[in-house]
Ligand binder design. Structure first.
Ligand SMILES: N[C@@H](CCC(=O)N[C@@H](CS)C(=O)NCC(=O)O)C(=O)O
Length: 291
């Protein structure tokens, strides 16, 4: 992607606005998963999940945390990775969300690593079949979904380039369509709810969001993956009713999502790593700004 230097950092006034006000301007939406009544928020052993609370997006990491019963052990740190003030490069060289910081300063990144770690914390409910064909099938469906998600991210980013490269859409769209057909075939035969299903929710919700905003040809206008995929549609309709999904899907973000909040948590992680951090550490600008 060619570097572009135009700065699109939010104004101070924008950063000070409550999340609900920014949500109405199309920003800062999503929601911290609710804490259970009476659940303790003691500092020890708490994890921090750096993630983007996007309205209409089903976060695989949140679904997994909820399904395996560790959601109450997590503090949520909203990150808008393309905006200045939200860089997490100091704790993750890739500056990507999701990133999970443990109490001792260990930072896990790569959503597959994050979700497998969360799953490993709990014996309550394991989303990873232990062994054999069921395990490999769940991992295959996770890879299918995650690559579909990342291909859609590629299209969304390319759309912001002027002029955008038509070849990117011609190359990635057929992959996404074939992946959707595979998801349809999988939905006809899979049972239960495993890590592959959590990934599928993640990919389909993000596709809905980006198609809803419009993507260039060959993506058809008003494309709906549900059409001609009755098994996948039926599976989706049922899966979005799971408490792990209902807890955050299509909810407004409630809480602090300012750059200052994000940086205070980055600083806490650095301190947990034994690094010295200036009290008023200047937030790092992000590497590149999308149009
Ligand atoms: N392979 C990564 C992909 C995650 C990803 O694409 N995150 C995007 C969400 S927009 C991101 O943080 N992008 C910021 C950047 O690339 O600078 C994973 O599975 O965690």
């Amino acid at each position: 992607m060619p570097a572009r230097v135009a700065r699109t950092a939010p104004s101070r006034a924008q950063a000070r606005k409550p999340a609900s006000a920014r949500a109405s301007a199309g920003r800062g939406v999503g929601r911290v998963a609710p804490r259970k009544k009476g659940a303790k928020k003691s500092g020890k052993n708490r994890m921090k999940l750096f993630y983007t609370p996007i309205h209409g997006f089903i976060h695989k990491a949140l679904v997994v945390a909820h399904e395996v019963g560790v959601i109450d052990k997590i503090d949520f740190v909203p990150i808008y990775p393309m905006r200045d003030g939200y860089s997490i490069a100091a704790i993750n060289p890739l500056h990507k969300v999701p990133s999970l910081a443990l109490a001792d300063g260990t930072v896990l990144y790569g959503s597959q690593v994050v979700v497998e770690y969360l799953d490993s914390l709990s014996k309550k409910k394991k989303l990873y079949p232990r062994s054999g064909p069921a395990r490999w099938d769940a991992l295959r469906r996770l890879a299918l979904a995650d690559t579909t998600f990342e291909s859609t991210v590629t299209l969304a980013l390319e759309k912001t380039e002027q002029p955008y490269r038509k070849s990117v859409f011609a190359w990635y769209w057929p992959k996404i369509e074939r992946a959707l057909d595979q998801m349809e075939a999988d939905a006809a035969v899979t049972k239960g709810f495993d890590i592959g299903h959590a990934g599928t929710l993640h990919a389909l919700s993000y596709l809905d969001r980006q198609v809803g905003k419009g993507l260039p040809a060959p993506v058809p206008k008003n494309y709906d993956w549900r059409e001609g995929r009755p098994h996948l549609k039926a599976w989706w309709d049922k899966a979005v009713k799971r408490p792990s999904v209902v807890a955050h899907f299509n909810k407004d973000y409630i809480g602090d999502d300012t750059p200052a909040f994000a940086q205070s948590h980055v600083a806490e992680v650095l301190r947990a790593q034994g690094k010295r951090v200036a009290l008023k550490r200047a937030p790092q600008p992000v590497d590149h700004h999308m149009g």
